[in-house]
Design a protein around this ligand. Structure first.
Ligand SMILES: NC(=O)c1ccc[n+]([C@@H]2O[C@H](COP(=O)([O-])OP(=O)(O)OC[C@H]3O[C@@H](n4cnc5c(N)ncnc54)[C@H](O)[C@@H]3O)[C@@H](O)[C@H]2O)c1
Length: 253
């Protein structure tokens, strides 16, 4: 297979689900990885699999809400590989499903906004500082179709992901002149622990989620990973500021 990420140093937050699948795709394409997660075991499992396949990966425990930990994460990637070519800011939470806004409480607001939105901002902040010293870099943030349209069951999550799209667009404008590209990926439903835990694994629920795609199925995590790897690579050299739907046609209607 071609290896468009050969030798590139790439940081990924979120070591399960989409983050794990993206790590595998990036490693197959030659990237050297730092995988970070609040649950160290998830990051370690992903890094161990990459290493077992002959790739390079290190794991780190990081809470993306904590500026000092995020700064240390970027410093660790640079200490390990000498530079930071790419970053996939993907760690996130769904929050309660089916609870409408009038019933949400402030703890739910803070948890979702702090991880999904503040976490992405802190990651970009520290990554961009490093990339400015290099004069190059590519960042992909995980938004969602929930960053493009509203959904009834997850109002605060939708607000957080619209925020990620906004941050992505502004950051792309601010740093394009410095050789840094910044995009977001917007998946529809993907077969990960988040969906199974949030919506339940019952076949009738999975079938209902599948109807949102014109392909009548939810995505495999690697299908998101393939798009992220492309956005991180030099093949996407003229692409920036884009919320990129990987949603099986959900938002085409
Ligand atoms: N699965 C879907 O259908 C779907 C669709 C659109 C967008 N997304 C987004 O994709 C991203 C990845 O989700 P996933 O589906 O792979 O779910 P997942 O639960 O498998 O992965 C999320 C990871 O983020 C980690 N995490 C949570 N809080 C953290 C924190 N404070 N610091 C560091 N790590 C933390 C979790 O431990 C977990 O490993 C999320 O941002 C999610 O909102 C998922």
């Amino acid at each position: 297979m071609s290896r468009p990420l050969e030798g590139k140093s790439i940081l990924i937050t979120g070591g399960s689900g989409i983050g794990r699948a993206t790590a595998y795709v990036c490693a197959e394409q030659g990237a050297r990885l730092l995988v970070a997660d609040i649950h160290l075991a998830s990051a370690e499992e992903t890094a161990a699999h990459v290493q077992a396949q002959g790739g390079e990966a290190v794991a780190m425990q990081v809470d993306v809400r904590d500026a000092a930990q995020v700064e240390a994460m970027v410093a660790q990637a640079v200490a390990t590989y000498g530079r930071l070519d790419g970053a996939f800011n993907n760690a996130g939470v769904l929050g309660p499903v089916g609870k409408h806004l009038a019933d949400n409480d402030e703890d739910e607001w803070h948890q979702i906004i702090d991880i999904n939105l503040k976490g992405v901002w802190l990651c970009m902040k520290m990554e961009i500082r490093q990339m400015l010293t290099q004069g190059s870099g590519s960042i992909v943030n995980t938004a969602s179709v929930a960053g493009l349209v509203g959904t009834r069951p997850t109002g605060i999550y939708v607000a957080s992901k619209h925020g990620v799209v906004g941050l992505t667009r502004s950051a792309a404008l601010q740093y394009g002149g410095n050789g840094i590209r910044i995009n977001a990926v917007c998946p529809g439903f993907v077969d990960t622990p988040m969906v199974e835990n949030g919506f339940g694994g019952a076949p009738e629920i999975q079938a209902r989620l599948a109807t949102l795609s014109v392909f009548s199925r939810i995505a495999r995590p690697a299908e998101i990973g393939d798009s992220v790897a492309w956005l991180l690579s030099d093949s996407a050299s003229f692409v920036t500021g884009v919320p990129f739907p990987v949603d099986g046609g959900w938002t085409a209607q």
